[in-house]
Design a binder for this molecule. Structure first.
Ligand SMILES: [Cu+2]
Length: 468
């Protein structure tokens, strides 16, 4: 029997059953509609998806301690299922087709109801097919006591966009057509770029645009901020395949949380963010009236995207869509300096698994321990209550951002060096690197662990762990 909390329903229409459940929790569910919508990219109409409340709000902004009581309505012509990235729901409500539940059919609904014990910056995205590439994603913000009343919040959602349908992108990658699609970095003017041997492996897909809140720098979002005011940037990388450097220009800022989990603040002007990660960045707007661009620069790319903070009547000049030099590859430099503000209790691991990230561009085969995912792959077994360590060893020539569902983990080693790093839900494992993460098995169920590069995940760099 499912408990009330873990109850999830699939009905073709919202009917009496969901009404009865709303009475149980004492409040009606927040409705999230999965929709088709049209945005403009590079001057052309683009048909994408969206996750919106009936009043047009993208995603959800809520408070810690409340219940996540949501009804998802599928208004598109394909099945879909939404994953609550970074949360700890009962596993049946995690939103992964085939594992936690079957997908919601067109016209169908699914209901979710579970507690929210911690706050932070999270996001939601389809885990069905390749829908995430078409922007089936939205912010999921949970406010908590760390949110200051005197600060203005600015949510920046980054996405990579192609006019080529995602199924066609994957097909081209599989056929080796990636050579036509693969982005070749022009390093002639930039000696900081990596060697010719490695540079072809930064980006599998050549995108038509990089978007910040659906817009390019040709027509960026301009956010009015107060001169001297405090701003909290909540940066969400909802891209399918792209890692960025967030460049604050001349502004110094404090990184105060990663993936929704607080860290000992780190002051900088440039912060790396991989696919699926989030950064909470706190800054003080200078007193002078001016426009302050917050840029996101995809690694290996000259193109950039971003939003503009406008203080007072600051003059807004056009920001070029191409930077002078390509953005360098992400490293673990920042990761190795991060320290969790609320680390796991020190404890020896009861169990550890070595997970080799394996595969190659040849035929576009990606796997874990040389096994490409299928439902027949046995889950890694762990036991409720254990401290588990996962040793992630990258045997490939590409960096992989690895995400574990349902369990924020702590980065406890990079290579041989152990340290009490950030607690987070997605970590970058660069080529030839080894990163060890630890978590407590305190949320029984069947949980995915995968590379968050969409086409790698789809090609098989995905596995599960399961315990009761
Ligand atoms: Cu990968």
């Amino acid at each position: 029997m499912l408990s009330r909390r873990s109850f999830i329903s699939f009905a073709l229409a919202a009917g009496a059953a969901s009404f009865a459940r709303a009475e149980l929790t004492g409040q009606p569910p927040t409705i999230l509609r999965l929709e088709r919508r049209t945005i403009e990219v590079n001057g052309k109409a683009a048909s994408v998806f969206g996750i919106k409340q009936p009043d047009g709000t993208f995603g959800i902004s809520t408070e810690v301690g409340k219940s996540f009581h949501v009804r998802v309505e599928n208004h598109i012509s394909d099945p879909s299922l939404i994953h609550w990235h970074g949360l700890k729901p009962p596993w049946q409500q995690d939103g992964v087709p085939e594992l936690s539940k079957t997908a919601i059919p067109p016209g169908g609904t699914a209901e979710y109801d579970f507690p929210l014990p911690f706050g932070g910056t999270f996001w939601m995205h389809s885990h069905y097919g390749l829908q995430e590439q078409l922007l089936m994603s939205a912010p999921l913000i949970i406010h908590d006591a760390s949110d200051k009343a005197d600060q203005q919040e600015v949510v920046i959602m980054l996405t990579d966009f192609s006019f080529t349908p995602p199924e066609q992108i994957l097909e081209q990658l599989r056929k080796g057509g990636h050579l036509a699609h693969m982005h070749h970095v022009d390093t002639s003017a930039d000696e900081m770029m990596p060697s010719a041997e490695s540079r072809g492996h930064l980006n599998d897909v050549e995108y038509d645009a990089f978007l910040a809140n659906d817009r390019t720098l040709a027509d960026p979002q301009v956010v009015t901020v107060e001169q001297g005011g405090r701003v909290l940037l909540r940066v969400i990388n909802g891209s399918a395949m792209s890692h960025y450097h967030i460049d604050l220009g001349g502004l110094d800022a404090d990184l105060i949380a990663v993936d929704g989990c607080p860290v000992v603040p780190v002051r900088s002007r440039i912060f790396p963010i991989t696919t699926a990660q989030r950064l909470d960045i706190r800054l003080t707007v200078p007193q002078s009236a001016a426009a302050y661009p917050i840029l996101a620069k995809p690694e290996g790319e000259r193109r950039q995207t971003g939003v503009i903070l406008r203080a007072g009547h600051g003059q807004i000049s056009r920001i070029p869509e191409a930077a002078e030099a390509a953005s360098p590859p992400l490293t673990l430099g920042l990761e190795s300096s991060l320290r969790a503000a609320a680390p796991l209790k020190p404890r020896a691991a009861d169990r550890s698994y070595t997970l080799n990230l394996t595969g190659s561009m040849e035929g576009y085969r990606w796997s874990i321990n040389d096994v490409a995912w299928s439902l027949e792959v046995p889950p890694l077994s762990i036991v409720n209550g254990e401290r588990v360590e996962l040793i992630l060893v990258n045997r490939t020539k590409m960096a992989h951002p690895v995400h574990l569902h349902g369990h924020p983990f702590q980065v406890v080693a990079i290579g041989e060096r152990r340290f009490a790093g950030a607690v987070r839900d997605t970590v970058l494992v660069p080529p030839k690197a080894t990163v060890t993460v630890a978590f407590d098995a305190d949320n029984p169920g069947w949980w995915p662990l995968h590379c968050h590069l969409l086409y790698h995940q789809h090609a098989g760099m995905f596995t599960t762990l399961r315990y009761g």
